[in-house]
Write a protein that binds this ligand. Structure first.
Ligand code: ZN
Length: 700
């Protein structure tokens, strides 16, 4: 029954009409406020869930900053639940909840009732914790009772079945790695509910880990992902101050892989192959394979900032920028990702990036941005969140890809161009290639929501707020002892206007830091209708004043089209944080039903081999912008609110081979074909696409 229902659902969504919600414009203020839930301006209240859960809180929770001797961080993430999604972002989370995220346990045994993390005999490793790590914030940010109940089962089983020695999780394995993921879920859950069972359980678990690690050290995945475990130890230390947790942090660092040294002398500068890793000889989990593994690298990006809180070293803190630079220099793609299919894969825009890496890289950037306060990390985060993340899903989020490509001309069973992945890697489906992404993708949008606004300042005397990334939301927090309610109204990333309304319970002075992306020279900021100083691109601009209820800050980012350069001097077109692609005609062909969903191949219905015929130094003059009202599902092709028109010319020598586009020929290229106008749409809206184009020589 589920089978046919699910198939119809996905077919209707993809082939017939966009989601019905998408026809409703969000333009009217009344509608916008309705979505925000501002009809009643009551504080966010917490729900009573089960025994051990704190009484409903009427006031927001304050952010908890680093406790000495940990180094102070530039910003502090607000407790999960302080930031609620609004506008298109809330609709996007709702799509996610109505798609695979909200139903995965009903159709995929690995997180179903027989999961080892529910006491069953089924999958007992990372998939249950992965699912809960995204389901917890999704359920609470949407205040969705059904999803909360689903997440609560995993949380309750984990807390109620802790071993006498402190170990959590299924007894069928004692791998540290899946516990690292469940601890991330538990910290979010504690912030959302105040459940008094969480902190004692974590203390007991970490005491056991401290005594066990000398005999049973980190290995395999846990060794290469130790920094994610360190996050939860730091979280607990900031709440309990137990000094032995600092010993545990040093032990994790000592046993974990030295990512900082790896990137200080980066060796993996070319496409990694099976032969290089000796995989065909049954190489298995060798350090070389794990060090060049895409998801591991995505998680590694946070290592320098995380460890700098313990080491106090500015060199460690800055390591994040060196890591991103090296990954971009040798493996960077126009969607903001580095290639990894499954291992680092070079600069060709036909290489893929794994969805797990997208969401893990985002999480690393969110943590690194909070610790370092570097605005470029926000630029990178938005590039992933608004392009690579939605690009990997069908519009209804019932199917996803394992690997996505910037130049993706066909999604079918083919081996090329993947370095070490299998032939299903870019199908849209339930678990193409491997099921890790099926379990892990859920954290992407909810954790991005939780990172939009951060607390600044090293003490309660100098604290303020920072707009770290932009999307519609509502924030309730405490600044300098006063409750502050902040509303962010925007259609960013589709339009360049952002409006903050600040409502403190009584007048209070604090700085509001506003991230100005590196591409946003010419941004203007108005405060209550009066121009403030003109901010520099690539910085945080500060508005420091005594805020009164109803104060407004309006930001206008310049959203002119611009050109970036890539592999073989190819060019990509950007506008604001969005990357644009030529949307190739799509023919969706179902490969097979998969429970409530299905696996799909996508074949091109028209030609895509265009070179752009533009002046890259005068993009504004040569690219026309067509902007429409922003509606729900704005990343869907049918409802995309912005299109660009550019001149292009066909290029005969650029062809596909075995389901993949050949690399774009070295630019500039010469072609005899006449100039025509093609339309570019946001990267994520084009499930078949060209993003990196050759540049055509000027016609004689
Ligand atoms: Zn994955």
């Amino acid at each position: 029954m589920h089978d046919s229902l699910g198939s119809r659902t996905i077919e209707r969504s993809i082939l017939e009409s966009p989601l019905s919600l998408s026809k409703k414009p969000l333009s009217s203020r009344r509608k916008f406020l309705g979505i925000l839930g501002l009809a009643s301006a009551l504080p966010v209240s917490r729900l009573l869930l089960s025994s051990g859960v704190a009484a409903a809180a009427e006031t927001p929770a304050a952010a908890i900053r680093n406790r000495e001797p940990l180094a102070a961080s530039a910003f502090t993430l607000l407790p999960m639940g302080s930031i609620r999604p609004a506008g298109w972002l809330r609709e996007q989370l709702r799509v996610q909840a109505d798609g695979l995220s909200g139903h995965l346990d009903e159709t995929w045994a690995d997180v179903g009732p027989n999961s080892g993390w529910l006491g069953g005999a089924g999958e007992s490793w990372e998939r249950g914790p992965y699912f809960v790590d995204g389901l917890v914030p999704l359920a609470w940010l949407l205040d969705d009772a059904t999803l909360k109940t689903k997440a609560q089962r995993f949380i309750d089983w984990t807390l109620e079945h802790q071993a006498p020695n402190g170990m959590i999780g299924p007894t069928s394995n004692n791998d540290w790695w899946p516990r690292i993921v469940m601890l991330k879920a538990l910290t979010q859950y504690q912030e959302l509910t105040g459940d008094s069972r969480v902190i004692p359980a974590m203390e007991k678990y970490f005491r056991n880990q401290l005594s066990e690690l000398p005999n049973r050290p980190l290995r395999d995945w846990a060794k290469f992902r130790w920094q994610d475990g360190a996050l939860s130890v730091i979280w607990l230390y900031n709440r309990t101050g137990s000094p032995w947790l600092l010993d545990l942090l040093r032990l994790l660092h000592r046993q974990g892989y030295d990512w900082i040294a790896d990137f200080a002398n980066f060796q993996y500068t070319t496409r990694i192959t099976r032969e290089y890793l000796n995989l065909n000889a049954g190489g298995g989990l060798k350090d070389l394979s794990l060090a060049t593994h895409g998801v591991n690298n995505g998680q590694a990006v946070k290592t320098g900032p995380v460890w700098s809180q313990v080491s106090g070293s500015a060199h460690d803190r800055a390591a994040v920028l060196r890591m991103i630079d090296e990954l971009d220099k040798y493996h960077g793609l126009p969607n903001g990702m580095f290639s990894c299919d499954e291992h680092l894969a070079g600069l060709n825009p036909s290489q893929g990036s794994e969805l797990c890496t997208v969401v893990e890289y985002m999480f690393s950037l969110e943590q690194a941005l909070a610790i370092c306060g570097d605005p470029s990390l926000g630029d990178k985060l938005e590039r992933l969140a608004f392009n690579a993340l939605p690009g990997a899903f069908t519009d209804d989020m019932w199917a996803h890809q394992y690997n996505q490509e910037p130049n993706q001309v066909e999604c079918s069973l083919h081996q090329r161009p993947w370095g070490t992945d299998g032939p299903e890697s870019n199908l849209y489906g339930l678990e193409p290639n491997f099921g890790c992404c099926t379990a892990n993708f859920h954290q992407g949008w909810p954790k991005f929501t939780a990172s939009l606004v951060m607390r600044t300042g090293a003490s309660s005397q100098d604290e303020g707020l920072a707009a770290a990334a932009y999307a519609p939301c509502e924030v309730r927090t405490i600044i300098r002892g006063r409750q502050v309610h902040l509303i962010e109204e925007t259609n960013y990333p589709f339009q360049g206007k952002v409006k903050f309304t600040i409502n403190p319970e009584s007048a209070v002075r604090f700085p509001l830091q506003i991230r100005i992306p590196a591409w946003a020279a010419g941004t203007t900021i108005d405060v209550n209708g009066q121009p403030a100083s003109s901010p520099a691109a690539g910085s945080f601009a500060t508005v420091d004043r005594t805020w009164k209820s109803g104060d407004r800050v309006e930001i206008s980012f310049p959203f002119q089209p611009r050109v970036s350069r890539g592999f073989n001097d190819s060019i990509a077109i950007e506008r604001g944080p969005l990357v644009f692609s030529y949307g190739i005609g799509e023919s969706w062909v179902k490969l097979r039903d998969r429970g409530m969903t299905a696996d799909w191949q996508v074949f091109p219905t028209d030609q895509w081999n265009y070179a752009l015929s533009i002046d890259p130094d005068a993009a504004v003059e040569t690219i026309a912008v067509d902007e429409k009202e922003v509606v729900a599902s704005p990343f869907a092709r049918r409802s995309t609110p912005v299109r660009l028109s550019v001149k292009a010319r066909k290029l005969d020598q650029w062809r596909p081979e075995d389901g993949a586009a050949n690399p774009p020929p070295q630019s500039p290229v010469t072609t005899d074909h006449p100039e025509e106008t093609i339309v570019l749409i946001p990267y994520a809206a084009a499930k078949l696409r060209i993003t990196a184009f050759p540049l055509a020589n000027k016609q004689a």
